[in-house]
Design a protein around this ligand. Structure first.
Ligand code: GDP
Length: 317
């Protein structure tokens, strides 16, 4: 079928995993079919990791943090996969996360697997492929999957909707606007972690922590988890173990209360609905009659000869 070495992948062989990811990322129809077959075969072996989303503006210290965090996890016996979702905003342009060499120490570790963002513009979008890649990593035995994104645009929402725990890295003291913090992001976050709490910024970081903790308490989600605000220094590798302890605490509570299973079920439902509308639109646009008629109808709408609704109905008919 797919030509993927399933036994090798399950045994955690990097080459087999990398090949499987390439297959999943391909938009060719025959690859899509093989990828779905592969994912179905692997599905029973997925879902056993803790999925952690990490976001923050450029320069906040994401790669430094993930490197420190990843090395901490590996030392504790974990296997860590790091996936990236680049914002798909046209304003941001090309890849923000993917190009430069990042996390050099972590990338040399056997127990770490780092994969940059898939290329843009394919079926179901980048986030869709990242979800499938996450499943492959889980089947390959990675028990912590980190999904990283830049805190601009739509990608934070996409990442938050595919992880168990969503963490936003922040800078000491920069005002809300400079942090790129929108109220929506605060509501998505399970934790805010103020990085660069070191040197002269230490006091400032603590005041910032208090400020955001007050804000988060006001937002209180209503579930069993009240979002936390902590400080760390990724560069000095302090506060990293506390972040992991916090995620562990969340996980135990979320498993015990059924919240984790409910969250994942909700995410799968959303993913399905999103895929349906994307696939429907794709089929619609690929239809030769639609392709033939759309330009003229669009021109008539622009000239005011026909309403957009009537044009849409004609095309759908
Ligand atoms: P990213 O763009 O979010 O991935 O940020 P980077 O990890 O590339 O870090 C941006 C800059 O901040 C680099 O110069 C880092 O050395 C520095 N940096 C990262 N973490 C810390 C920290 O904890 N303390 C201090 N003082 N600097 C840091």
């Amino acid at each position: 079928m797919s030509g993927i070495d399933i036994a090798g992948l399950r045994a955690g062989q990097r080459r087999a995993l990398a090949k499987a990811i390439t297959l999943v990322e391909s938009s060719r129809a025959e690859h899509r079919a093989a990828a779905q077959e592969l994912l179905e075969a692997l599905l029973p072996h997925t879902g056993r990791s803790i999925r952690v989303g990490i976001s923050g503006i450029p320069g906040v210290g994401k790669s430094t943090f993930i490197e420190a965090f990843g090395m901490h996890l590996i030392a504790a016996g974990h296997r860590v996969a790091v996936l990236a979702v680049d914002p798909s905003s046209p304003v941001a342009g090309g890849s923000i996360l993917g190009d430069k060499t990042r996390m050099e120490t972590l990338s040399r570790e056997d127990a770490a697997f780092i994969r940059p963002s898939p290329s843009q513009g394919a079926l179901g979008g980048v986030a869709h492929k990242t979800r499938e890649t996450m499943l492959l990593c889980e089947a390959a035995g990675y028990d912590v999957v980190i999904v990283e994104t830049v805190g601009v645009g739509q990608s934070e929402y996409e990442v938050a909707s595919m992880v168990d725990f969503f963490l936003v890295l922040m800078l000491p003291n920069a005002g809300d606007e400079l942090q790129g913090i929108k109220r929506g992001i605060m509501e998505l976050a399970d934790a805010l972690v103020i990085n660069k709490a070191d040197g002269e910024s230490l006091g400032l970081a603590n005041r910032t922590r208090q400020h955001y903790q007050n804000a988060m308490n006001l937002l209180a989600h209503g579930g069993f988890w009240v979002p936390r605000v902590t400080t760390c220094s990724a560069a000095e590798r302090r506060g990293i173990d506390e972040v992991w302890a916090m995620i562990g605490e969340y996980r135990r509570g979320a498993e015990a209360s059924g919240e984790l299973a409910a969250r994942r079920a909700r995410q799968n439902g959303e993913w399905l609905r999103k895929l349906i509308s994307e696939l429907l639109e794709q089929r619609f646009r690929a239809d030769p009659r639609v392709r033939a008629e759309l330009p003229q109808l669009e021109a008539r709408v622009v000239r005011g000869e026909i309403t957009p609704y009537a044009a849409a109905m004609r095309l759908l008919g």
